[in-house]
Each structure stands twice: as C-alpha cells, then as structure tokens.
Ligand binder design. Structure first.
Ligand SMILES: [Zn+2]
Length: 185
C-alpha cells in the first residue's frame, strides 16, 4: 500500500463554506508553491470502487482539463500502481457532515504526505463525498486542479478553482488552463 491515512487537510470545499472551519484558504494564492515531481504528459488515474458511482463525472472532469492545450494527458487505468491521481468515495460523516464535498491530498512516492506548499509530490488522492453528491463533475474538476498544483481562487467566480460557494462555473476555464501551463511550462 502506498497510501497512508493522514489527518492533515489541504483542501476542503463546502456547500456551506462559512461552516467549514477546516477549509484552508491560502489568501487566494492561485498556485501552490510546488507541483508534480514528474511529467503530467502521460498522467494516469484510478477510480476506487468506493467512487465508482462517480466514474462518468470523473472521466468528464479529467477530459475537461486534458482537452485544453497543455502538457496534460489523462488516462483511466485499472490499478493504482504509479498513478498520478486516485479517486475515492467517502461518506458524509468522514468529514463530520460539515458540508465538505471534496478533498485532495498530496503524497510522495512511498506514501508520505507532503503539503503542496512545502514540496513536490508524486501522486494525489482525491476524496469525493458520496453522501452529498453535490455537482460532482465541477467538484472533481476543482479537485483535479488541486492535484495539479492549483490553489483556491475565490476572488474569481469564473474559475474552477473558486470554492463551490463562490463559483459560478463547473468546468475548467481558459484562465485555469493558463495557470496550469504556467506551472508546467
Ligand atoms: Zn478546493
């Protein structure tokens, strides 16, 4: 198992943002300090059975990001071996039923947690709330943005990286892709 349980929460997005005290708002820091420590040109992702109900939305969100002009390619695979992103479903009470609908955690190769502002990462785990099932494609696209190195941008409601209570779009926007290209250029 390359996964470790970690209670450090990097991204908590919420339907009821003000109620989510675990939310980490990095003062509208648009990009994390670090990024993947390997190419994203052949990025693979895996959907755990716990998130299988969201497979179509996950695929759509992955294709949304990869469909832009950027270095990213996203391929769904049947094993989590060496994947860039793994998707898991979590029950609402995993987050204490506090309104959280998604979370992304970054890890080194081997499974140690790494803050995306403290160092580069090898893979990311994305947790989706199967109890709330709120705007899954938009939520997933937002979380994929975190996995790729984008932080929150709550001052721009037209960015997929604004949290759900600030955001009026549910697909990746050109400005989001521009930031991705700035990270991986
Ligand atoms: Zn977020």
């Amino acid at each position: 198992m390359k996964k470790v349980v970690c209670c450090m929460l990097i991204c908590m997005i919420s339907i009821f943002g003000i109620s989510s005290v675990k939310a980490v708002d990095l003062n509208n820091q648009i990009k994390f300090n670090y990024k993947y420590n390997r190419s994203i040109t052949n990025a693979c992702y895996w959907v755990d059975s716990s998130a299988a109900v969201f497979t179509s939305q996950i695929n759509a969100a992955a294709a949304d990001w990869a469909g832009y002009s950027n270095p990213l390619n996203m391929t769904a695979v049947s094993s989590n071996y060496a994947t860039h992103m793994d998707f898991y479903g979590k029950a609402d009470n995993y987050w204490g039923s506090d309104g959280t609908i998604g979370e992304t955690l970054h890890y080194l190769n081997g499974g140690s947690y790494i803050s995306p502002n403290n160092g580069s990462w090898f893979y990311a785990d994305i947790y989706l709330n199967v109890g709330r099932q709120y705007n899954i494609q938009g939520t997933t696209a937002h979380e994929i943005g975190h996995a790729l190195g984008l932080a929150h941008w709550n001052s721009n409601p037209n960015s997929i990286m604004a949290q759900s209570n600030y955001r009026i779009v549910n697909t990746v926007r050109p400005i989001d892709n521009q930031h991705l290209n700035e990270i991986y250029s």
